[in-house]
Design a protein around this ligand. Sequence first.
Ligand code: HCB
Length: 216
Amino acid sequence: MNENLFQEMAQSIIDGENEIAEKLAQQSIELGINPLDAIGKGFVVGVNQVGDRFSNGDAFLPELVMAGEAMKVAIAVLEPELARLGTKREVLGTAVIATVEGDIHDIGKTLVGTMMAAAGFDVHDMGVDVPILDIVQKAREVEANIVGVSALLTTTMVKQRDVVEAIADVEFKNKVYVMVGGAPVTRSWMEEIGADGYSEDAIGAIAVAKDLLGKT
Ligand code: HCB
């Protein structure tokens, strides 16, 4: 039965139907469905399909924009639920997260921030299109242990390397670990640029951050 709901969720994103996506997200909460399942098995399936159709030339920018908007509406409904399910007992660490300069994709980055906050991190979400030096400055200001940088474009991934290098060049009071993610990012890219952690999703990002800080 949930499978049908997940399919409808995916379809609402493919069709760019904000109101339907919002209603389905609310329905999933009422049904007690884990919001991560609603996102991962429902809405993300739809946004990935639109992405694939876009890269094949079967969908165009307006469809991409509409899918992104519908995705944001659905996640906004699920976010309080994600936060509520988290166990915020001790502060595990301080994290600065941002989407790199030149890149305005914010859905995945925001999810990572929400989930990390729910898991007990003090999260400073700097938004999208953030210059490298601003990230470094923020990390210093809030005495971050983790800097999580998101990039969704092959052309902006290279900025993750710049962040790693800029963090390495500055003296911080404490060790600052750089974690990378985003659709085109892989473990081998993480290794190539000398980042400390990589995850393909938000749950994994929490595990990686905890692991880096020895909080597992
Ligand atoms: Co955009 N776009 N887009 N897009 N877009 C992608 C990314 C393509 C792959 C689509 C394609 O061609 N198949 C493609 C990139 C190709 C490439 O470079 N290889 C692309 C392109 C080309 C573009 C434009 C250049 C299109 C144009 O203008 N001609 C343009 C770029 C604008 C810019 O940034 N300068 C553009 C614009 C847009 C929007 C604005 C229309 C919209 C974004 C809306 C928004 O974010 N508010 C959009 C969307 C929605 C997408 C797709 C369809 C979905 C992205 C998404 O939200 N995924 C995407 C296709 C795809 O990725 N399948 C497509 C869902 C989230 C949950 O996944 O991977 O972002 P995520 O995050 C995960 C994961 O990676 C990890 O955890 C997250 C949660 O599970 N993670 C981290 C992420 N960050 C992390 C950081 C960490 O430290 C740790 C883990």
